[in-house]
Design a protein around this ligand. Sequence first.
Ligand code: NAD
Ligand code: 6OD
Length: 480
Amino acid sequence: MNYVDGEFVDTGNCFENISPVDGTVINQVSEADRALVDRAVASGRAALEGEWGKMTLAKRCELLHNVADGIEARFDEFVAAEMADTGKSFFQARTIDIPRGAANFRAFADMVKSQPSECFHTDTPDGRGALNYSVNKPLGVVAVIAPWNLPLLLMTWKLAPAMAAGNVVIAKPSEETPATATLLAEVMHSVGIPKGVFNLVHGFGPGSAGEFLTAHEGVDAITFTGESRTGSAIMKAAADGVKSLSFELGGKNAAIIFADSDFDEAVAGTARSVFTNGGQVCLCTERVYVERSIFDKFVAAMKVKAEALKIGWPLDEDTDMGPVISHKHRDKVLSYYASARDEGATVVTGGGIPEFADDRDNGAFIQPTIFTGLSEQAKIQREEVFGPLCHITPFDTEAQAVAMANGSDYGLAATVWTTNLQRAHRVAQQMEVGIAWVNSWYLRDLRTPFGGVKLSGVGREGGVHSLAFYAEPMNICIKL
Ligand SMILES: NC(=O)c1ccc[n+]([C@@H]2O[C@H](COP(=O)([O-])OP(=O)(O)OC[C@H]3O[C@@H](n4cnc5c(N)ncnc54)[C@H](O)[C@@H]3O)[C@@H](O)[C@H]2O)c1
Ligand SMILES: N/C(=C\C=C\C=O)C(=O)O
């Protein structure tokens, strides 16, 4: 169901939600039409001018903590829903996706309470001076458009600061993953978020709810997470309305492993950064650069890691990797596997589809894959694949590794593995990315700036960066 103006709405026009595990139909999803999007915008505007706009900060933060409580109270339902939509493992859903859904609301409910505002005493020629202070006002009606890879985590990563800053939101989850967003609407409704503050519209991008939102004259800002080319399309749609935009886009992330790294740690950490969530995390590594003296040993060790991954039923406790999100996406990843082979890659492991001889053969399962032997100009070195694969390349000098890692049109994340302190700082700071991890990956502090450079995004969210994006600071000058 959609959720607009405090009501669950079925437009009567549905699309099927297909399981990536076995190809069965999970449920029917009500697609929002333009009229429902219009109603959501009007309801949001009324909420801003009504109860929500007048609510105290303390009460707003209390409600956001209640939303977090509501997610935790229905934790198992959220886990099951996320796994059903995505096929991700029980481990991933229960240790990352759903806990972060609650954590995002708690983090921003707490951070916004201690958000300072500026004040300056200004000298004036008459000696009496002036007082310049600023107040933070909300942007207004914010469209939140989210992807399918970490559905609840990424939607709430935007909803939480937007609502903490006093905005009203219209959320549009991916058409692939409607379930946890709908559960979230039930939680919002049950904890008493005033009608119009949180709205949920299901649908697609072009010619559907996504596009209706981005071109809507009543939407004040758009925060989008998804493919870079979609970001460009949304930027065009929003241009006439001169809307505030925050974009978290694609990545083609590099890992650099020096011979002076802790070898076992570097192998384990890099394998995790390549294969987590089937490689369907924007921060995942797809390009691995290894110092030549340990190259063969490292490739062999990564092969062992890839072949040890248990690809199975998401609910099995020991499953490491489920299917990718859809047959369509699997075909895209397989086309990159084929292009790598066509360009002469060595297939270290994988490259195809696993066979189970059960219903999983109707799912979108794919083999974890490692390639070597290609140049930096190869297709899988230039383009984001967003699947469980990497290409491993040897390097001889630090400068060469830095140049290759930076030689991408993307710039989201990088990992650097070394035990040399100076080298760790030196190389990390040279990475042309928004986030560099040293001897770690996806270690997250929600107060830090998060975002990408180049094709990987526009702006930063996280901590004060989120609160800055979702606010309109206003300066008031008082002549004394
Ligand atoms: N940088 C990050 O934080 C981050 C996080 C997760 C995923 N991603 C990126 O997202 C991509 C995978 O997610 P995806 O396939 O859902 O991305 P996508 O761009 O296909 O879709 C993302 C969302 O945008 C909507 N959409 C599509 N076209 C639209 C349009 N023209 N107007 C309005 N809305 C539109 C979709 O319905 C979906 O809800 C990968 O490229 C990945 O790198 C980036
Ligand atoms: N934005 C975040 C993760 C993004 C993952 C991309 O797929 C986060 O952890 O806050």
